[in-house]
Design a protein around this ligand. Sequence first.
Ligand code: SF4
Length: 346
Amino acid sequence: MASELNAVRKPKPLLEIIHLKKHYPITQGLLKRTVGYVKAVDDVSLTLNEAQTIGLVGESGSGKSTLAHTVMRGITPTAGTVIFHDQTRGAVDVAHADSSTLRQVRRNMQMVFQDPFSSLNPRMTVLDIIAEPLEVNGIAKGKAAQERVAELLQLVGLRPEYMRRYPHAFSGGQRQRIVVARALALNPRLVLMDEPTSALDVSIQAQTLNLLKELQSRLNLSYLFISHDLGVVEHVSDLVAVMYVGRVVEIAPTNQLYQKPQHPYTEALLSSIPKPDPTRKKQRIPITGEIPNPANPPSGCHFHPRCPYAQEVCKRETPLLREVKPGQFSACHFSEELSLKGVNDY
Ligand code: SF4
């Protein structure tokens, strides 16, 4: 009986990213000889379970957005596999699927972008914007589409009678709700969110995050949630993956990663989260320099020129991502020896 219950409770993977790479060739001369590669995504593996959220964090240029677009096959991967567990088709390798399979599977994988202003066509009404994917996929048109749009608007907390208005009549937060309603039109199981709240005011951000969490539990959605804002990611994620120059350098359950980081880059990112209490003096871990150019990253550990704990070996040997504590993986030679500060240790 116990084993039956365990089988019922066992988390089911929805998306498995396996050794995914996106390398852009750098060419030179008339013959366009390849002289190097920009390794935007460099051997990333992640598993996202049903109804789970993985937060993807890192500085701008760390490869987060390229990873999301490669998962969707908006960008063709250089190597690796992206398995999506489709309810009707079973396990589908999105990275190698033919165009017809890809079209079918993509109904279940939607994307929400940062800027609700540019995501919505200003010349279309909200009704046309949200009904478009229903009509294109032959799911509903006319009155049926209108009813579905009304239902979706209610779902995201907007009044259905607004459906004949144009995007300019809405605030930024309302526009992002329209974007979410459109993304949910086809009943997806996975939503990839690329900085979905960073263009919004702080008060609106909180409302939008609460809405996303509520929608997740009502609709059993899984999210891959990209953000440079660690405060936002903490609020929504079950697991957090930290990216640096195209690689995941740490991944762990959210609380564990925020309280006891195992990678110096995570520690530096956590120390930069603004604290609401101005009386609390915080000693920041200085993170010097810029994120390196992925066309020419530093040898060994890519973080070594900026790492306060770097040693000689870090310049020579690339640390592999390995389990350093139960459920916590870090790509640092010295994770076991360092005692790094968590978000509350300042
Ligand atoms: Fe720092 Fe070395 Fe660890 Fe890289 S491997 S994070 S340089 S201590």
